[in-house]
Design a protein around this ligand. Structure first.
Ligand SMILES: NC(=O)c1ccc[n+]([C@@H]2O[C@H](COP(=O)([O-])OP(=O)(O)OC[C@H]3O[C@@H](n4cnc5c(N)ncnc54)[C@H](OP(=O)(O)O)[C@@H]3O)[C@@H](O)[C@H]2O)c1
Length: 217
């Protein structure tokens, strides 16, 4: 069983990779900082870049001849009120969290259709079901993935391809520190932003770490 996990350099992706390897799966992971051609099973891929996605998938097919499971995990966060967020900042997170998933799906679907089998696991979030203030565009990307995945699931069922959505709650990973804050802050929002984000971060840092998640499963 050949598994590809995007964003396997840290957090949930890394924990999934380690867990699946320990269960005997053949796993390839991706990171923007890895090398190409890769020195091991960690392949350079930036999900914002068509060529980078295509090159990674082609490499795996050349080496392994198939891809059975894809975990679309690579993702980023952004915090800021709707009014504070520029269109460019909003587009930036959509490029990774939404169009990144679409790029990878478009690259692997012809392979899975040929195989007449495959599993696509899209990592959404509880915030794909419930929005919180001051992360509107993170929520929007995850709400978008929900609708996209539902439609895809129905489209590819005849070809033996399954689509699964995962909606994690808070998991203590580097995601919190990697989350970007929008540049143009409006003072009126600051006290509310600070209060909400301090509660959000306290919960994120206080919940399961990816290590404890793996240990309990
Ligand atoms: N942590 C939580 O509480 C939580 C809750 C719900 C959902 N999630 C979702 O879970 C997924 C993983 O998050 P995490 O908590 O594990 O965060 P993380 O530790 O920050 O990991 C994010 C991963 O995404 C990769 N990545 C980021 N931008 C990328 C790009 N443009 N192209 C390719 N890879 C990229 C990073 O790899 P490089 O930097 O090495 O490229 C890294 O491996 C995300 O989709 C997130 O939205 C997390």
């Amino acid at each position: 069983m050949l598994v590809l996990i995007t964003g396997a350099s840290s957090g949930i992706g890394k924990a999934c990779a380690e867990h699946l390897i320990s269960k005997g799966y053949r796993v390839y992971g991706t990171s923007r900082r890895a090398k190409f051609p890769p020195e091991d099973h960690m392949i350079q891929m930036d999900v914002r870049d068509d060529d980078s996605v295509r090159r990674c998938i082609d490499y795996i097919i050349e080496k392994e001849g198939r891809i059975d499971v894809v975990v679309n995990n690579a993702g980023i966060g952004i915090a800021g009120a709707v009014e504070e967020t520029t269109v460019d900042e909003a587009k930036e997170i959509f490029e990774t969290n939404f169009f990144g998933v679409h790029r990878v799906c478009r690259a692997v679907l012809p392979i899975m259709r040929r195989q007449r089998s495959g599993l696509i696991v899209n990592i959404s979030s509880i915030m794909g079901l419930i929005a919180l203030p001051f992360q509107p565009f993170y929520s929007a990307t995850k709400f978008a993935i929900e609708g996209y995945s539902d439609a895809l699931r129905m489209e590819v069922k005849p070809f033996g391809i399954k689509v699964v959505l995962i909606e994690p709650g808070d998991i203590n990973t580097p995601f919190v520190d990697n989350r970007k804050i929008v540049e143009n802050r409006i003072p009126d929002y600051k006290p509310y932003f600070d209060r909400v984000m301090s509660i959000v971060e306290r919960d994120e840092r206080g919940w399961f770490s990816t290590r404890s998640c793996c240990e309990t499963t």
